[in-house]
Design a protein around this ligand. Structure first.
Ligand SMILES: [Zn+2]
Ligand SMILES: [Zn+2]
Length: 218
């Protein structure tokens, strides 16, 4: 089982507490920043709450290369030629923060972790970013189609993962790897895709991304 003392995916108490706290005091504009709002997290929250706007770390700016090697798309570099759709300023802080977390996760020396575990935070953050954009557009209807498509085009969310979320049975899918038959014994999918009531082991962490179960009914 897990060798790490502090299991980063265990428990979501902190998350629930955070959800209950009403969002106040965004007096700068008439719109509050659009927060992350995951209905049923597959993963427990990161140690720092996603919402806090001032925790973006600027260390380790590299990382683009090795992420793309792992098949995880990274947002394109901001240039002056890019035209930002209306509403961008409301989601930018959260996206920047998630990107900073991604860079941190990527540069983490992951001492003492199993090889597979080193990638878990990266999958988790990639999931969070896509879910953030997806929820804002499809569920909360708080961003325009233009802004949604901009985010996909710029690599802030994974189109292919989102395409799966629209299909019945895949609404909570953790990552694309967990449904690749070639990545699994006997050409099946990952253990995290098996509904909880059909699993012998009730508490699991899948080897690919650390998912603790993402079947739709779980
Ligand atoms: Zn999963
Ligand atoms: Zn997965």
């Amino acid at each position: 089982m897990c060798l790490v003392k502090e299991n980063p995916y265990y428990g979501n108490k902190q998350f629930k507490q955070r959800q209950k706290t009403p969002q106040k005091n965004h007096s700068v504009t008439s719109y509050p920043p659009l927060s992350l709002d995951l209905p049923k997290p597959l993963f427990s929250p990161a140690k720092q709450p996603i919402l806090s706007p001032l925790t973006v770390s600027s260390r380790s700016p590299s990382g683009r290369k090795s992420l793309s090697r792992q098949g995880i798309s990274m947002p394109k570099v901001k240039t002056n030629r890019v035209k930002y759709p209306e509403g961008w300023e409301l989601i930018e802080p959260t996206l920047r923060e998630l990107q900073a977390k991604m860079r941190e996760a990527e540069n983490d020396p992951h001492d003492g972790k199993r090889k597979c575990e080193a990638l878990w935070p990266i999958f988790k953050i990639a999931h969070q970013k896509s879910r953030y954009i997806y929820d804002l557009y499809y569920r909360r209807k708080e961003i325009s189609k233009e802004l949604y498509e901009f985010c996909l085009d710029q690599g802030y969310a994974d189109k292919n993962l989102i395409a799966k979320w629209k299909k019945p049975g895949y609404e909570r899918l953790c990552c694309l790897r967990c449904i690749q038959p070639r990545d699994h014994n006997f050409a099946t999918t990952c253990v995290c895709r098996v509904p909880k009531h059909l699993r012998e082991e009730k508490v699991i962490e899948c080897v690919h991304c650390g998912c603790r179960g993402c079947a739709s009914g779980d």
